[in-house]
Design a protein around this ligand. Structure first.
Ligand SMILES: [Zn+2]
Length: 155
């Protein structure tokens, strides 16, 4: 599933929303930004993706389209630290922005690692500013900036 970076993304049953923006939904045949990524940014992204909050609305499992034989790895380990594994392709990162949320697939780590992907600056800033995953501050930021359809339980 391809979505250009920083374009509105829809999740059934929510249509394309001005409060959800895609980052890191890469597919072959669509150009994307390449460049260096800083280790501290990657480390923070790993922290956020180890056990990420998930909406009841899921986008299904997806594989890396650039790794044409394997579909990419099933988990991501930063360096030799084996207890910080992030499962690939099954979860998404819901990242608070300013009046909206970024929605990024966990594969974004693999794209940065193996395919030279460099996410938009706005996204990188939001990663750095993001409160700890599942903390009250994080959940409040989701509620404040995201579409309310994302939280059916809260009406
Ligand atoms: Zn790949």
């Amino acid at each position: 599933m391809h979505h250009a970076d920083m374009t509105p993304i829809g999740l059934p049953p929510i249509g394309s929303s001005s409060k959800l923006f895609a980052v890191g939904w890469l597919e072959p045949g669509h150009d994307y930004r390449r460049g260096e990524v800083e280790t501290d940014l990657v480390r923070k992204l790993v922290d956020l993706l180890i056990n990420p909050w998930q909406s009841a609305l899921t986008m299904g499992r997806h594989a890396c389209g650039f790794c044409r034989l394997t579909g990419g790895p099933t988990s991501f380990h930063l360096g030799m630290v084996s207890d910080s594994a992030v499962l690939m392709g099954v979860s998404n990162l819901w990242l608070p922005g300013d009046g909206f949320l970024f929605v990024a697939p966990s594969l974004i780590l693999h794209y940065m690692d193996a395919h030279e992907y460099s996410p938009p600056d706005e996204f990188q800033e939001a990663v750095r500013a993001c409160p700890p995953m599942r903390s009250m501050a994080y959940l409040k930021a989701l509620l404040k900036n995201g579409p309310k359809e994302l939280f059916p339980a809260t009406g």
